[in-house]
Design a protein around this ligand. Structure first.
Ligand SMILES: C[C@@](CO)(OP(=O)(O)O)[C@H](O)COP(=O)(O)OP(=O)(O)OC[C@H]1O[C@@H](n2ccc(N)nc2=O)[C@H](O)[C@@H]1O
Ligand SMILES: Nc1ncnc2c1ncn2[C@@H]1O[C@H](COP(=O)(O)OP(=O)(O)O)[C@@H](O)[C@H]1O
Length: 289
């Protein structure tokens, strides 16, 4: 038997860090939403008891370092599953980009194996298991739009953002999330207004959402990689309504309301950046089938 699952990327509309915790993680408040840029995961039963990973992307690990592998291993051990599985990852989401590609692959694997192995777990149970794999995995299990607190695993669902385009530009550098958090100096950042962003979503106000974009990690990554600032400037110059770096970066996203501007911004960015995408926000939570 085979199960196909979509693993969509996320962007952080706002990302605040409150303090560093004794366990080394940071206490965060993030407003996140899933976008229509997705990896495709195929889960197939195989003979034996192994977990096999394959992907056409050379940056994706094919062993226990892969977050999808870790998701399968966790379910297998916890629920005493004795069948083998092959996990084939058709990668579209850029790797180490601040778009939670690995976390979303893990989340999709949890959802898909729940079906393939007939485990009957609820979405909340899957999200809780996901939090053991990584801070962003719980959110990715649900998808949609949410406030994420704690180290990212405490999820409150929010209304979908107003309809608009999201333009993404990923410079050809990878960023380590751990490095960015390590270089964050909290005495020297301007914090986004998380409440105002949530109000903007509840009011369905595109203007308010644009006005409240903010990410405390942005200045850290900008210092390490000045080309990210250049992409931000160019996106604004080409006509995006609002621009921000997603997560720990280096991907920059711009919000665009008018279709007519989209092509101009896309073409302008393609002039100097290899990976550019124009997508919609998915907004609503993912169905559990
Ligand atoms: C920054 C964010 C924003 O959505 O995403 P990305 O940029 O990675 O997509 C997340 O907070 C990243 O989530 P995720 O990538 O799942 O992080 P994890 O694997 O759990 O942790 C990687 C490392 O980041 C640091 N970390 C992560 C989360 C957190 N709340 N505090 C931290 O200090 C820790 O050093 C940890 O060892
Ligand atoms: N399924 C996966 N897809 C991509 N990267 C993965 C995956 N599993 C593990 N990784 C590792 O996780 C690191 C971070 O990747 P990713 O999740 O794409 O970035 P980010 O945390 O910035 O959103 C990569 O450098 C890669 O080595």
């Amino acid at each position: 038997m085979k199960v196909l699952v979509k693993a969509p990327a996320k962007i952080n509309l706002s990302l605040d860090v409150l303090h560093k915790r004794p366990d080394g993680f940071h206490e965060v408040e993030m407003v996140m939403t899933t976008i229509d840029l997705a990896d495709r995961i195929e889960l197939s039963e195989i003979k034996g008891n192994q977990i096999m990973i394959e992907s056409q992307n050379r940056f994706v690990p094919d062993d226990q370092r892969n977050l999808a592998y870790q998701a399968a291993k966790l379910l297998k051990d916890r629920f005493d599953v004795h069948t083998g599985v092959s996990i084939s990852i058709d990668k579209t989401i850029p790797v180490a980009a601040g778009l939670a590609g690995g976390s979303s692959d893990a989340a999709a694997t949890l959802r898909g194996l729940n079906k393939l192995w007939g485990l009957g777990l609820s979405i909340d149970q899957l999200a809780e298991i996901g939090s053991e794999i990584g801070s962003d995995v719980s959110f990715c299990v649900y998808g949609g739009t949410a406030l994420a607190k704690g180290r990212g695993e405490k999820i409150t669902h929010l209304p979908a953002p107003p309809n608009c385009w999201v333009i993404l530009a990923k410079p050809s550098i990878g960023v380590s999330t751990a490095d960015v958090y390590r270089n964050l100096n909290l005495s020297n950042v301007s914090h986004p207004d998380t409440q105002a962003m949530m109000d903007g979503l509840r009011n369905r106000s595109y203007k308010e959402v644009c006005g409240e974009l903010g990410n405390v990690l942005e200045s850290v990554t900008l210092k390490m990689h000045p080309e990210v600032a250049h992409i931000k400037d160019q996106m604004v110059r080409f006509g995006a309504d609002a621009v921000l770096m997603s997560g720990s970066g280096p991907t920059v996203f711009g919000l665009v309301h008018h279709d007519s501007r989209l092509q101009r911004i896309y073409n302008g960015l393609r002039g100097f950046c290899d990976q550019v995408f124009a997508v919609r926000m998915l907004g609503e939570r993912l169905p559990l089938d």
